[in-house]
Ligand binder design. Structure first.
Ligand SMILES: Nc1ncnc2c1ncn2[C@@H]1O[C@H](COP(=O)(O)OP(=O)(O)OP(=O)(O)O)[C@@H](O)[C@H]1O
Length: 303
């Protein structure tokens, strides 16, 4: 698949559950180019898991479409791996047995070495083997983090073109999180795998991801390259109150002093001190201000 092809594309994607008032997702349009590591962030209930379930073909949209690797989720099934938040695994199988099952189900493309690296290579401090996986251990006896490791090993072993990972880091310790991020980035760089991972730990993703989707209230609020998204914003501080001409994401202050995060519509003028915001500042300002205009880059809905 060429770099230009979208690994994941949504056009006017919407979902509402029959017994629920209002949309869980509405009018989501974005395009994720192949080979990117994409952080899917947003507050609880924003719609991150729903978006990943739609992409994995577990639920069908009520409006719009989602394209996976240039086709529908069902047609692309063999080519992507999806790791759900609750990581369902057969409780009675051993770790080694689970990986054997993964190999049997994916004979054509199973990468035992990649699966083994994720499952068994744990770089804990000397002498501490508590996070290491015993190949003979039953799944039901594993801790949450160890289970995550097995689920991710299955995903890596499948050697997919696209990985959809729903909060893969939530129950991993900080060392294991760092290891996983390293492995994901290595995977993307070496094999051109596209990775979408949802997470609440925004600061840890900064630098690890080259694409970002911020969801809020069932909408895609920000989408694109994180550096470009940050560069589109400026922090203004000054006594002036007139922000005409700028797209204001957030403004706070007193009668005398105002601080605003804006998308500048031109040079800010001498009254303002300007500063570059951090990625976290941009994300938090959008989350605090649901009415702020969305910004979606990367050729929104083109193939
Ligand atoms: N089966 C369902 N029936 C009705 N509503 C649902 C169902 N599944 C999810 N929702 C609702 O959809 C909204 C989005 O949920 P979703 O799990 O996608 O959010 P999320 O961003 O992944 O949240 P979190 O960060 O807490 O995991 C929530 O308001 C949730 O209550």
């Amino acid at each position: 698949m060429s770099e230009e092809t979208a690994a994941l594309k949504a056009v006017g994607l919407g979902l509402r559950y029959r017994r629920r008032r209002g949309h869980v997702l509405r009018d989501c349009s974005f395009r994720l180019p192949a080979g990117r590591v994409c952080a899917l962030v947003g507050p609880n209930g924003a719609g991150k898991s729903t978006l990943l379930s739609l992409a994995a073909g577990l639920i069908r949209p009520t409006e719009g479409t989602v394209h996976v690797l240039g086709t529908g989720p069902a047609e692309a099934r063999e080519r992507f791996a999806y790791v759900a938040q609750d990581k369902p695994l057969p409780p009675q199988l051993t770790v080694a047995g689970t990986l054997r099952l993964g190999a049997d189900l994916n004979r054509a493309r199973w990468d035992a070495a990649a699966a083994g690296r994720i499952a068994y290579a744990h770089h804990a401090p000397d002498g501490d083997r508590s996070g290491s996986l015993d190949p003979g251990a039953r799944i039901r006896s594993l801790s949450g983090g160890q289970r995550t490791r097995v689920a991710l090993a299955l995903a890596f072993g499948k050697r997919p073109e696209l990985m959809l990972l729903d909060e893969p880091m939530a129950d991993l310790d900080p060392l294991a999180r760092r290891e996983l991020l390293g492995a994901l980035m290595g995977e993307a760089a070496e094999h051109g795998t596209t990775i979408v991972l949802s997470s609440h730990i925004v600061t840890e993703l900064d630098g690890a991801c080259d694409h970002l989707l911020l969801m809020g209230g069932g909408r895609v609020r920000l989408a694109g390259d994180p550096e470009e998204l940050v560069a589109a914003h400026t922090l203004l501080t000054g006594p002036a109150r007139d922000l005409t001409g700028h797209t204001v994401v957030e403004s706070r202050g007193t009668d005398r002093q105002l601080t605003a995060l804006v998308r500048p519509g031109g040079p800010p003028g001498d009254d303002w001190r300007t500063a570059a915001p951090s990625l976290e500042e941009v994300l938090l300002a959008h989350l605090r201000n649901p009415g702020a205009p969305d910004l979606v880059t990367e050729g929104t809905v083109n193939p």
